[in-house]
Design a protein around this ligand. Structure first.
Ligand code: T6T
Length: 317
């Protein structure tokens, strides 16, 4: 399955902007394997990556599993063995179980660049580009504390799936920071949504009924945030239970405007994609690479969102 929206016809390679020079590598094909199809975070990443590939005279093809699931992403990576791109840019959907497939491709001479999520094993990728997700969680806690005005109550944290490096760091960063900046707010713990909005909605409605003093929800990504907003709507708690989301999908941005979210921690996926391509090209061309690159994050509120609209995610390039 391929992402919709970017680079002309779905699933087609982009034409390179220029042909290679005499010393350029003969294989200038890059492959991007994102976490899940039709998702604005990855579409925005793909847009940034495609523009950078075109600029560098490389082709970039993008593939995506139907679900954020290593059993679906793994075979896509394994099949690249027949295609042998010069580099694989990948957002691994599990920090452990995606390692064998990625190592197998690496052993064929394909450069590996991690974009967004990463493996625990840091020896596989030449470079990893992501938001500072711990800092993103901390920012969410600080924002919740600030908006909460010293009230006392309970807070629910929604993570996606165990083994997702990014959302795990956000949840941990949030919980640790909340203890420091808002001792009056107590986390009732981290619950997993399987990266399904419907599960997130159900966890929120359940928490609303089981926890009468529920005062806030931190949703660590787009799907959990969209689902949490649905849950608060069906429980009639919009605006009463504070919702801090992560990412800035069109639906989340709309939810921020309408008051379903009080803040969003937005990433810069296009910059992650662009830096991923730049690192891939450096690795292919034998130039120095940077092992870890951090991309910007920003808190959006209803008051300031329109001055920061460059952070809103895209559904097409
Ligand atoms: O939050 C992003 C990404 O950073 C995370 O790793 C997985 O979920 C998203 O793609 C949003 O759905």
């Amino acid at each position: 399955a391929l992402l919709a929206g970017c680079g002309g016809q779905i699933g087609q390679n982009n034409a390179p902007a220029q042909s290679g020079s005499g010393t350029a590598p003969s294989n200038k094909n890059l492959e991007l394997v994102v976490g899940v199809k039709n998702e604005p975070f990855y579409t925005s990443m793909q847009c940034g990556a495609e523009a950078a590939a075109k600029q560098a005279g490389y082709t970039l093809n993008t593939q995506a599993p139907d679900e954020f699931d290593p059993t679906m992403q793994g075979p896509i990576v394994t099949a690249l063995g027949a295609k042998k791109p010069a580099a694989l840019l990948i957002a691994p959907t599990d920090d452990k179980t995606m390692a064998p497939q990625m190592k197998q491709i690496k052993d064929m001479g394909v450069k590996i660049i991690e974009v967004d999520t990463a493996l625990q094993d840091t020896s596989v990728a030449a470079s990893s580009i992501s938001s500072d997700n711990t800092q993103g969680g901390q920012l969410a806690a600080q924002t919740m504390a600030k908006l909460n005005n010293g009230k006392t109550g309970s807070v629910l944290v929604l993570d996606t799936k165990p083994g997702t490096s990014t959302t795990a760091a956000r949840a941990k960063g949030f919980e640790e920071e909340l203890k420091k900046v808002a001792p009056n707010l107590k986390s009732i713990g981290i619950q997993f949504t399987d990266n399904e909005p419907a599960v997130a909605a159900q966890k929120v409605t359940a928490a609303v009924s089981s926890t009468p003093d529920l005062i806030g929800v931190f949703a660590t990504n787009l799907n959990s945030g969209e689902g949490a907003a649905t849950g608060l709507r069906s429980a009639g708690k919009v605006g009463q239970v504070q919702l801090i989301g992560f990412d800035a999908s069109p639906s989340e941005v709309e939810g921020l405007r309408s008051g379903a979210f009080q803040a969003l921690i937005a990433q810069d996926p296009a910059t992650i994609g662009k830096a991923g391509v730049e690192q891939a090209v450096a690795a292919i061309e034998g130039k120095p690479t940077q092992r870890n690159i951090s991309a910007p994050l920003i808190a959006l509120t209803k008051q300031d969102m329109d001055t920061k609209s460059e952070f809103f995610y895209k559904t097409k390039c």
